[in-house]
Design a protein around this ligand. Structure first.
Ligand code: NAP
Length: 326
């Protein structure tokens, strides 16, 4: 939580003043890890809801959430946490979301908006829609912001500031619920865009999921080297490899679930990637320096475009706090 400025102005964290009128009464967050705890912090900081209820499957995480003062109430049951909530956000790994939604379904208040932060949208949206009662509105979301850290201590209120949150309303979604969810994320400092769940999954497959797979693979390959070479890889790890190790340190359960849930889009993008890699292999074998240089010049322009859009800085910033996202 940012400290208050001495002159009574809002904290200089770039999040702006707290809302006079909160968007929701009770907001319930299920899964108090990096994303869930960041949401709790920004809801409190911006007064996006009047009351924050937290639930996590792990008693240790619930105890830690109480110690950190992340919520107003941290009950030991999911039913109690979601009771009376106008906004319920699922922040568990993607593979647990349908089970959690089915368990909380009988306890949801009429008119409640159920959202999530899952990194995969099409399969999760279908699964959630199948188990939620008709008297609630489903408004799925994906904040494209994160770090390789996990757990309630890793979160921070500014995680979503100036980052994109993609809303993926299913066919027939209640426009008022989508609009309130948009206002919620804008209140958290995010820029909001709408996409279909399928388009989201294709875009994220190439911008996030396949890059993570490549990082897991290259670090795995290095760790399979014989002892001497492996020791040298670690000792001399320069920017390239070191950046891959940061990405490959991302939460194993979360990423297992992402690849299983976004199978089709990941396989499609991996197919294209493999073809392009083979073309690069051929250029190297044939000594096609011109071809290599042309590609590297094109890719450098993409990096510049990302910096120009304000999604990254030009500073070399290894081990940065808010880096890769899912
Ligand atoms: P995290 O730090 O590991 O937190 C997830 C929390 O959910 C853990 O405390 C976990 O408890 C709890 N949990 C697991 N199963 C549960 C269940 N059935 N009921 C209640 N709580 C349960 O993960 P995260 O990084 O915050 O990611 C959460 C979600 O955000 C994922 O769906 C991910 O795809 C999405 N997301 C992540 C990022 C990122 O960069 N990290 C970015 C955008 C979106 P245990 O530890 O005891 O299992």
């Amino acid at each position: 939580m940012a400290e208050a400025a001495p002159d009574g102005l809002p904290p200089a964290d770039g999040l702006g003043p707290a809302l006079d009128e909160p968007i929701f009464g009770r907001a319930a967050i299920v899964g108090v890890g990096l994303i869930g705890s960041s949401l709790a912090r920004v809801i409190r900081r911006k007064r996006l809801a009047r009351e924050i209820a937290l639930f996590d499957a792990s008693p240790e995480v619930r105890a830690r959430a109480r110690e950190l003062g992340l919520g107003d109430v941290v009950p030991d049951s999911l039913a109690e946490a979601v009771a009376g909530a106008g906004f319920v956000i699922l922040c568990t790994p993607v593979g647990a979301m349908a089970t959690v939604a089915a368990k909380m379904a009988p306890h949801l208040a009429p008119g409640a908006i159920v959202s999530d932060v899952g990194s995969v949208k099409a399969s999760v949206t279908t699964e959630l829609a199948a188990v939620l009662p008709p008297h609630v509105a489903l408004a799925p979301a994906h904040p494209v912001a994160g770090t390789e850290q996990s757990g309630p201590d890793a979160g921070f209120a500014t995680l979503f500031r100036n980052r994109w949150t993609i809303l993926t309303p299913p066919d027939g979604a209640d426009p008022a619920a989508v609009d309130r969810t948009r206002r919620f994320w804008e209140g958290a400092g995010a820029r909001v865009e709408l996409m279909t769940p399928e388009h989201h999954d294709l875009v994220l497959a190439i911008t996030s999921h396949v890059p993570h797979l490549i990082a897991y693979n290259i670090v795995g390959t290095a760790s399979d080297l014989e002892d001497q070479a492996r020791a040298e890889v670690i000792k001399f790890s320069a920017g390239g490899f070191r950046d891959f190790t940061r990405i490959a340190a991302s939460d194993p359960v979360m990423w297992r679930d992402i690849f299983l849930a976004n199978k089709d889009a990941v396989l499609e993008m991996l197919g294209r990637f493999t073809e392009d890699l083979t073309a690069l292999q051929r250029m190297i074998r044939r000594g096609d320096g011109e071809g290599l240089e042309a590609l590297f010049t094109r890719t450098r322009a993409i990096r510049r475009g990302i910096i120009d859009l304000g999604q990254e800085t030009a500073a070399p910033d290894f081990g940065r706090r808010s880096g890769e996202e899912a």
